[in-house]
Design a binder for this molecule. Structure first.
Ligand SMILES: Nc1nc2c(ncn2[C@@H]2O[C@H](COP(=O)(O)OP(=O)(O)O)[C@@H](O)[C@H]2O)c(=O)[nH]1
Ligand SMILES: [Mg+2]
Length: 332
C-alpha cells in the first residue's frame, strides 16, 4: 500500500517546511508514505523549501493556475506514481499530520473511497460568526445538492482511494472541494467523514479572500456542477419560474378580453407570451442538455478506462525503472 500526501502550494515558503515535517512517514497498514508538492507557479522559494524539507516529488506548474487545476495535476501525478491512497492537505499547516492515520482508515479498510476531515467548524475559535454561518449554509446546500451527509464540505483535508482518484475529474477552476463531493456521490463512490483537529493559524486564508468572493465562487461552482448532473431538473425549474411569471399577465388579458376590453390590454398578452416562450426555450434547452449528458457519461467512461490503462502502465514503468525506490529500500 502506497500513500502519497499531496500539498498544493502557491507561495508557501514560510509554512511548507513545518507542514512537511509534521507528516508521519510510518503508518500501520501502509508500506510507503511519500510527499508530493504541487508548486503552482510560486514566485518565492516554495520548490527549494519543499526539496530541503524532504518532499519526494515536486510538480511544478510554470504559471499560477489556481488551486483546482493544481489539485488535478497533483492527482494525475499521484496516480502515475502508483499511489493506492492520496491524501490532500493544506500547505499552511492547518491540519495535523497525526490525524492522517484516522483519515485514511476508512479507505484502508475498504469502507470508503473518499474520506473528508471534519474540522467541526462550529467550534473553531478563530473563525468569525459570519464565516461559521457561511460555512454551515454552504455545507448544507452542498449536502442537499449531492445527496450526502458530509458535515464539512469545504475541508481540504481528505483521503481518496485510487478508484476515487481515477473516477473524479475536477473541471472547475476555483476549488476542488465542492465539485469532488458532488461528483463522488453521482458516481456512486462511498463518502465518509472523520473528525479532525486543526492547528493554530499561521497565516490568513488565501481562498476565503472576502465574503462576496467566497459566496459568488461557491455559488458558481454549485450551479455549474449541479446543472451538469441534473440539467433536466435545473432547466425545468428555471422554465417553471418564467412560465408562472408569464401566465399572470395572460390570465389578466383573458379576463379583460372576456369582459370585452381585450384591445386595451394587448401589452399584457405580449409580456405574458414572451415569458411563456422563454419557459419553453428553457425546457427545450434542458432536454438538449439532458441528451448531451448521455454523451458526457459515455466520455467519462472512456476517460476512466484510458486513465486506468495510462496510469497503470506509467506506474508499472516507473516502479521497474527506479532502481533505488524508497519503498523497496525499506523492505530490503
Ligand atoms: N495551487 C494553488 N494553491 C493555492 C492557491 N491559493 C491557495 N492555494 C493553496 O490551497 C491551500 C488552501 O489555502 P488556504 O489559504 O489555507 O485556504 P483555506 O484553508 O480554505 O482557508 C493551501 O495549501 C494553499 O497553498 C493557488 O492559487 N494555487
Ligand atoms: Mg488552509
Amino acid at each position: 500500500m502506497k500513500l502519497i500526501v499531496q500539498i498544493p502550494c502557491y507561495n508557501e515558503e514560510h509554512t511548507l517546511a513545518v507542514t512537511i515535517a509534521d507528516i508521519p512517514r510510518d503508518i500501520p497498514g501502509i508500506d510507503c508514505v511519500e510527499v508530493l508538492v504541487i508548486d503552482d507557479g510560486s514566485t518565492d522559494r516554495t520548490s527549494e523549501v519543499a526539496l530541503a524539507s524532504g518532499a519526494d516529488h515536486i510538480v511544478r506548474l510554470k504559471s499560477n493556475q489556481g488551486l483546482a487545476r493544481a489539485f488535478r495535476a497533483g492527482m494525475d501525478a499521484c496516480l502515475e506514481l502508483g499511489a493506492d491512497i492520496v491524501v490532500n492537505t493544506d500547505a499552511d499547516n492547518q491540519y495535523m499530520g497525526a490525524d492522517i492515520p484516522a483519515l485514511i482508515a476508512p479507505v484502508l479498510s475498504g469502507q470508503a473511497d473518499l474520506v473528508i476531515g471534519d474540522r467541526q467548524t462550529a467550534s473553531i475559535s478563530h473563525f468569525s460568526p459570519i464565516k461559521k454561518a457561511l460555512q454551515w449554509f454552504g455545507s448544507y446546500v452542498v449536502r442537499r445538492l449531492s445527496g450526502t451527509n458530509v458535515p464539512d464540505t469545504v475541508s481540504g483535508f481528505r483521503a481518496y482511494s485510487r478508484e476515487a482518484a481515477i473516477r473524479i475529474n475536477v473541471l472547475s477552476n476555483f476549488s476542488h472541494t465542492i465539485e469532488t463531493i458532488i461528483q463522488a456521490s453521482r458516481r456512486n463512490l462511498t463518502i465518509t467523514s472523520v473528525p479532525i483537529r486543526t492547528n493554530k493559524v499561521l497565516r490568513e486564508s488565501r481562498l476565503f479572500k472576502s465574503i462576496p468572493h467566497f459566496i459568488s465562487q461557491s455559488l458558481i461552482t454549485m450551479v455549474r456542477v449541479y446543472a451538469m448532473y441534473k440539467p433536466l431538473r435545473v432547466f425545468f425549474f428555471a422554465g417553471l419560474v418564467f412560465f408562472l411569471i408569464g401566465v399572470a399577465p395572460i390570465i389578466r388579458f383573458i379576463y379583460f378580453y372576456l369582459q370585452g376590453a381585450g384591445q386595451g390590454n394587448i401589452q399584457s398578452l405580449l409580456l405574458g407570451s414572451m415569458f411563456v416562450l422563454m419557459a419553453v426555450f428553457a425546457w427545450l434547452i434542458g432536454l438538449v442538455a439532458d441528451l448531451m449528458s448521455f454523451n458526457r457519461q459515455l466520455q467519462e467512461l472512456t476517460l476512466e478506462r484510458v486513465k486506468r490503462i495510462e496510469f497503470d502502465l506509467i506506474a508499472k514503468a516507473k516502479a521497474s525503472s527506479t532502481k533505488v525506490n524508497d519503498c523497496r529500500k525499506d523492505e530490503d
